[in-house]
Unconditional design. Structure first.
Length: 338
């Protein structure tokens, strides 16, 4: 009900009701509005760390930033960053309000093993909601003749994503596990897509929610091969690294005709610990209560569901998020702030 509607109702009612009852009605109509508008400690704007343009993080992150901004009426900005490692560091230092992280880099950060800030335990980052699983996958041009990981020659130039991002951190480790000696080329999603098409790199690796926008762009412009791991390779990687077995389903990309074995890592949105509880509660509510709109942003949001809160086993939760999940029937582990 608008303010004008409320005023009109009161005027009509006051002409035919006792004064005490009018006063009671006035209080009943006006108190909820006053409570709803009590944002005295909320920020006037907010920032969200994503990753490079052309990647799932940037598309997804820009989307939920705009959704929250629309829902709360507060300007929000999605920041281009190098990805999860940098996002965690910038939230820790207070340079960003929110960020997006995969659980591997987040675990390293909390334990003082961040590649960008070694020795600094990130004790000011707080989980706020589950995002989706990041799948690790590979693309080559069909003309390369590379159809599998075993086909990748020694010394091949491999695009690994930006330093500080999930692919740039973990794919080099995976290649070490595979026993492959390759030349690393780091860069953003769109940059590496262009380098693959120009023949400047032989292999393009990434880690993102599927379908990955930059892979889709290259596929639309060139004949490509999507490369999966063998079952044994995926099991080996899962045994040696903080990832889980995953299958990239056939048809994820039009020219991907069969399922591909791979591994994945969960992603979570994080917030600065000192953000107001009510503000974070409202942010979580905007995202967790609007999955259809999130799906319009990116298909990976099919996993952006409250029940996936339990995929976080070590990042402390923000109190505002704890309140939202408890009110909606999900019990947060007391060890993580629940």
């Amino acid at each position: 009900m608008t303010s004008k509607s409320k005023a009109g109702l009161l005027n009509v009612f006051s002409r035919c009701a006792p004064a005490p009852l009018v006063a009671a009605l006035t209080i009943g109509l006006l108190v909820p509005a006053a409570v709803a508008e009590d944002r005295s400690d909320w920020p006037t704007s907010f920032s969200v760390g994503t990753a490079s343009q052309g990647g799932t993080y940037f598309v997804y992150g820009s989307g939920w930033t705009n959704l929250v901004s629309d829902q709360l009426g507060i300007p929000g900005g999605a920041e281009v960053t190098a990805g999860p490692v940098q996002n965690a560091a910038l939230v820790q230092t207070g340079d960003l309000d929110f960020g997006m992280v995969t659980m591997g880099p987040a675990f390293d950060a909390i334990n003082g093993e961040s590649a960008l800030a070694p020795g600094l335990k990130h004790d000011q980052i707080r989980a706020i909601f589950p995002m989706y699983k990041t799948a690790f996958h590979i693309m080559t041009l069909e003309s390369s003749g590379i159809d599998s990981i075993d086909d990748i020659p020694e010394g091949a130039t491999v695009g690994f994503g930006p330093v500080g991002g999930t692919p740039g951190t973990y794919w080099p480790r995976f290649f070490d596990t595979f026993g492959k000696s390759v030349t690393a080329r780091h860069g953003g999603a769109a940059d590496l897509a262009g380098q693959l098409q120009d023949g400047l790199i032989d292999v393009y690796t990434w880690a993102a929610g599927v379908p990955f926008p930059a892979f889709s762009q290259v596929e639309a412009q060139a004949d490509v091969n999507f490369i999966g791991m063998t079952d044994d390779q995926a099991k080996q990687i899962a045994a040696d690294h903080p990832v889980s077995l995953f299958t990239i389903p056939a048809g994820t990309y039009p020219s991907q005709s069969e399922d591909h074995a791979s591994v994945s890592m969960w992603n979570f949105a994080i917030a600065r610990a000192d953000l107001p509880d009510d503000f974070v509660y409202a942010v979580v509510d905007a995202v967790m209560s609007n999955n259809p709109r999130m799906l319009d942003i990116h298909k990976a949001a099919i996993e952006t569901l409250p029940e996936n809160y339990d995929k976080n086993a070590f990042i402390p939760w923000h109190p505002g998020a704890v309140r939202w999940f408890k009110e909606n029937g999900f019990e947060i582990d007391p060890a993580l702030g629940g």
